[in-house]
Design a protein around this ligand. Structure first.
Ligand SMILES: [Zn+2]
Length: 178
């Protein structure tokens, strides 16, 4: 197995920053941020120590997202993937209903927030749902409208590269001028 890359050793963002990132995704999905609670959880902090994949959980009944404090040190693509996934659950709940699957959740996340979710397999299996392997990584496919189509395509490509660590852009031979 590949040695796991540390993804949560970076500088911490604040709770307010995390909340505003969540709010942005909720608004994109047409969900009022006021209707969704987000709190830190000592239980999740404890669980995170035993399973490094544990960062967040959601109660659909209470519309309550609980997070482990370690999420504040997680790098942006992983953080985005986790938040978009939880928003995907809320969006699926409103469209498909309470009984939706994890793959449906990721499709809901993409449809409602424009975030494409892939999985970082250096993380192990989900502690409860063994069908899930890895931790969410998000690629934001929404780009500002003022960018032209070619520029937008290159922004999306570089975001996918940043999220996956894989180079997908083809290098053109330089003709000496740009
Ligand atoms: Zn889920």
């Amino acid at each position: 197995m590949r040695k796991a890359k540390r993804t949560d050793g970076g500088p911490a963002i604040t709770r307010a920053q995390l909340r505003s990132e969540l709010d942005e995704l909720l608004k994109r999905a047409g969900i009022s941020p006021k209707t969704v609670k987000m709190t830190f959880s000592a239980v999740l902090d404890h669980q995170h120590k035993h399973n490094r994949r544990t960062y967040a959980r959601l109660s659909l009944n209470k519309r309550h997202i609980e997070v482990a404090r370690a999420i504040l040190r997680l790098d942006a693509p992983h953080r985005l993937g986790i938040l978009a996934h939880e928003v995907g659950h809320l969006y699926c709940d409103a469209t498909i209903g309470r009984k939706h699957t994890e793959p449906q959740t990721d499709r809901c996340a993409k449809e409602s927030t424009g975030v494409l979710i892939s999985y970082d397999r250096s993380y192990g299996r989900h502690p409860i749902d063994k069908s899930i392997s890895g931790l969410q990584v998000g690629t934001d496919l929404t780009v500002p409208h003022h960018l032209g189509r070619r520029r937008a395509a290159s922004v999306i490509e570089s975001e996918i590269e940043a999220a996956t660590g894989r180079r997908i852009t083809k290098r053109k031979k330089s003709k000496g001028r740009r």
